[in-house]
Design a protein around this ligand. Structure first.
Ligand code: AMP
Ligand code: ZN
Length: 506
């Protein structure tokens, strides 16, 4: 079966055919950088990461552009409250976003761009809209005239009969399904950043930013545009209006929208205050790969309810897969191979690939791999698994993980790298800095000291395990048990398997 996506524009599942046979051009609306992203935002970014990984898996070259909204109502308000220039304010959250993205194994899009670096291009596009009669000026601002663009409402399926002549809106985000003339260029206000331009002194509206940055790097018509479902209206509807009015060409061919992460029936959002950032969850001891797994586990068009129980289960699922891979690599099996098991591996690969081709059905892709693990474990226990079956199973796991990216046990290394945890010595040094700075609780990396915990380095753990094994070989079980207990106290759990001693952090 070919690759298929649900296209919001046609309200149907469609076969995917990019404009150019082997290349996909796609745009994703990135973060509005006025605060740390919450894991609802990351549900959408992980869905988009799985999309780009699967396109690449299927052999397409992907040109992926993501913007960072670093000027809008929220960022301006935040910079003002912090009493610092807009650029300095947004820099902080862009840096934090880059760290989070690496922790969550998000592949970096080929092009990541900031809105404030494209203001001249925005002015030019607004001038084109004015020249073509789709925009008008009022009180120093420029507005898009919705009634002059016949296709308005086609994405969100908005009924224009409620459109009141001259009704316009200045805010970037406004009510669902209320069609109004929206602002393209906002007249400068006191105390707000502005740009001098032929349109007057002011700043761009939010929607024009994405039309400009997407078309600049991807062309007037491109393949995929995506975001969370809250962006369908007004943001994406307005992007279509601006772009198609200016170029006279179709803007985007496939619109993909992800459903929300919800908490007790409500969308996780800043305004409701029901959110967790990635660093909130890290501080509670959760691992980024478990968070990635949880957020990827439900197909993108279904709502996902966040619970700590779900997060705990996600961690257990990852442990199960990692343990299986360890067994597959380390255990001794009888020589030879079994055609039945080879066929089983082939079928599992087919099943997970088919599931992802079907509008990225991640739940089925997960089920396919767990069925395989169960069957393989049974075969191993019955001594029916052979040495030469190993490669086929490892190959399926490796392919599956090109998309899911959770098998490598690298959380600890990354958390150390980015200063969320520290080795004992480093943590003392950081504490010294904190007390010198008057106990603000913030480390030089900007992370709160609550997040900073002490940890044994991997090499230290391996060394202790080797000592324990030596003790056991000598029959000195008291020493062996003591080492196990000490490691446990430091948060390291040992597991003795047929293939050797495996360890993990609590
Ligand atoms: P923003 O920073 O508000 O522009 O949002 C960045 C991305 O996160 C957009 O694609 C939003 O649609 C998405 N988003 C915001 N809240 C949620 C949520 N609770 N669940 C899933 N995606 C979300
Ligand atoms: Zn956008």
């Amino acid at each position: 079966m070919p690759l298929r996506f649900y296209n919001t524009l046609s309200s149907r599942v469609e076969e995917f055919q990019p404009l150019e046979p082997n290349k996909v051009r796609m745009y994703t609306c990135g973060l509005t950088v006025y605060d740390y992203a919450h894991i609802g935002n990351y549900r959408t970014f992980i869905f988009q990461d799985i999309l780009r990984r699967h396109l690449r898996y299927r052999g397409y070259e992907v040109l992926h552009v993501m913007n960072l909204t670093d000027v809008d109502d929220n960022t301006i308000r935040g910079a003002k409250a912090a009493g610092i220039p807009l650029r300095d304010f947004t820099d902080k959250y862009i840096n934090a976003f880059e760290v989070d993205a690496q922790l969550l194994n998000l592949q970096r899009p080929e092009i990541v761009v900031r809105a404030t670096d494209h203001v001249d291009d925005m002015v030019k596009l607004i001038q084109v809209l004015e020249a073509k009669g789709f925009a008008y000026r009022s009180d120093g601002s420029v507005y898009f005239s919705v009634r002059d663009f016949p296709g308005y409402g086609k994405l969100a399926q908005i009924d224009l009969s409620g459109l009141r002549a001259g009704a316009r809106v200045d805010s970037d985000k406004y009510d669902k399904t209320d069609p109004r003339d929206f602002v393209l260029w906002k007249a400068a206000k006191e105390d707000e950043p502005y740009w001098d331009s032929p349109l007057g002194r002011g700043r761009p509206g939010w929607h024009i930013e994405c039309s400009v940055m997407s078309m600049k790097y991807l062309g007037e018509t491109f393949d995929i545009h995506s975001g969370g479902s809250d962006l369908v209206f007004p943001h994406h509807e307005n992007e279509i209006a601006q772009s198609e009015a200016a170029t006279g060409k179709p803007f985007v061919r496939y619109w993909l929208h992800g459903e929300h992460l919800i908490v007790n029936g409500e969308k996780m959002s800043k305004s409701l205050g029901n959110f967790f950032t990635l660093r909130d969850l890290i501080a509670k001891g959760h691992k980024p790969t478990a968070i990635r797994y949880l957020l990827a586990s439900v197909p993108f068009r279904k709502p996902l309810n966040f619970t700590f129980d779900g997060l705990h289960q996600a961690q257990q699922s990852i442990d199960r897969l990692r343990n299986f891979r360890y067994r597959l690599t380390m255990e001794k099996f009888p020589a030879g191979e079994s055609s039945e098991l080879q066929e089983r591996a082939r079928a599992a690969r087919q099943a997970f690939e088919d599931a992802l081709d079907d509008n990225l059905n991640t739940a089925e892709a997960l089920a396919a791999i767990f069925d395989l693990v169960r069957d393989a474990n049974t075969a191993m226990d019955r001594r029916e698994f052979h040495d030469s079956d190993r490669a086929a199973f490892l190959d399926v796991l490796e392919r599956w993980d090109r998309i899911f990216a959770v098998l490598e046990d690298n959380d600890h290394t990354k958390l150390l790298k980015f200063g969320f945890i520290a080795t004992v010595e480093k943590s003392r040094a950081a504490d010294a800095v904190i007390s010198k700075e008057g106990g603000s609780g913030v480390t030089p990396n900007g992370y709160t000291s609550a997040v900073l915990t002490e940890a044994l380095a991997d090499e230290e753990i391996e060394k202790r395990i080797a000592e324990r094994n030596a003790a056991r070989r000598r029959g000195d079980f008291a020493s062996a048990d003591k080492i196990r207990a000490e490691l446990l106290a430091a948060g390291v759990i040992l597991e003795d398997t047929k293939a050797g001693t495996r360890w993990k952090r609590k």
